[in-house]
Design a protein around this ligand. Structure first.
Ligand SMILES: [Zn+2]
Length: 131
């Protein structure tokens, strides 16, 4: 497996540091309360740089999803079929990830999901499974 450490930047280091302990973290604007995703050094809503970090409870629901039945790359062919979803977390952010440990036929928009983790190389990657 490839080393994915090259995805870590100054702006998202807090996220990957927390992920080492399987904590899903987001930045939250102290001025307007917006929960920021993807990581940024400035609030996209009010442009404040007064930002704190929160840990997600890891609960949300599927906003939209697709079931991949044809691998677009050799590296994912063992995972077919797999689910790529937009998950709306209780804290507000909409994140793109996989829904695993499920039968794709049983998923629908609005299905409740909870956080789970997969370790790839030296990184923990957040995923979701049915709640
Ligand atoms: Zn703000």
């Amino acid at each position: 497996m490839n080393n994915l450490s090259s995805v870590i930047t100054y702006d998202n280091k807090f996220f990957w540091d927390a992920a080492k302990n399987k904590n899903l973290t987001f930045q939250k604007c102290k001025k307007c309360g917006h929960v920021i995703w993807p990581p940024s050094n400035i609030c996209p809503m009010c442009y404040s740089k007064d930002i704190t970090t929160i840990t997600s409870k890891g609960r949300g629901k599927i906003y939209s999803f697709a079931v991949f039945r044809v691998p677009f790359h050799e590296s994912v062919k063992e995972n077919i079929p797999y689910v790529l979803a937009v998950v709306e977390l209780e804290e507000g952010p909409m994140v793109v990830s996989n829904v695993v440990n499920c039968s794709p036929e049983n998923l629908e928009c609005g299905s409740k999901v909870k956080l789970t983790w997969e370790t790839i190389g030296d990184l923990n990657i957040f995923k979701f499974e049915p709640a």
